[in-house]
Ligand binder design. Structure first.
Ligand code: SF4
Ligand code: SF4
Length: 181
């Protein structure tokens, strides 16, 4: 053992240093927030609860292509489709098991229509697991609740890419129409 170490042990230097640090923090400003009374600002574009976007007619933009489900690392997106009129694909069910989601937003980035989004809403705790299983209807409701008006449009424009245009699709979406050249 070196002399330096011996002195440290005899005079309990490290313990005193630790106590001095604790004492110093007694008088510094607290950084703990008293949630939920105190809330911090939500940054625009933050990743909260999912929603299914609506088009101008108020219908779901989702065409059931399944890209979001294919890319989802948690495999928590379930899409059920059937054939409708004129062989058009109909999205019968679109469901997300939010408890398994890791909020990576890959689904948002993969969607060519901006049909699935992560809203800024993050306060949705519950005692029941079922509350976190979001059906198509609930996801569409989330759009109305958290992305209504210009908000949804701004959100997709400012925070998410690639855009519909990058795939050669109309931004209007949901129709699968090709952009006129
Ligand atoms: S945010 Fe990530 S984990 Fe969650 S549903 Fe989308 S792709 Fe899956
Ligand atoms: S949300 Fe987008 S990527 Fe997912 S199925 Fe619908 S259109 Fe396809």
């Amino acid at each position: 053992m070196t002399v330096k170490k011996l002195i440290k042990q005899i005079f309990l230097i490290e313990i005193l240093q630790g106590l001095a640090l604790t004492l110093k923090h007694f008088f510094s400003r607290s950084v703990t927030r008293q949630y939920p009374e105190e809330k911090r600002d939500i940054f625009p574009g933050s990743r909260g609860l999912h929603a299914l976007a609506k088009n101008e007619e108020g219908d779901s933009k989702c065409v059931g292509c399944g890209l979001c489900a294919a890319i989802c690392p948690s495999e928590c997106i379930y899409i059920y489709t059937s054939e409708g009129e004129d062989h058009k694909k109909v999205v019968d069910r679109y469901e997300i098991d939010v408890l398994r989601c890791v909020f990576c937003a890959f689904c948002v980035e993969a969607c060519p229509y901006g049909a699935v989004v992560l809203t800024e809403h993050f306060e949705y705790s519950d005692y029941n697991r079922k509350a976190f299983y979001f059906t198509k209807e609930r996801l569409l409701d989330n759009w109305d609740k958290y992305m209504s008006g210009q908000k949804g449009e701004n959100y997709l424009k400012n925070f998410w890419g690639p855009k519909s245009e990058d795939f050669g699709l109309t931004a209007k979406s949901g129709t699968g129409d090709k952009k006129s050249q």
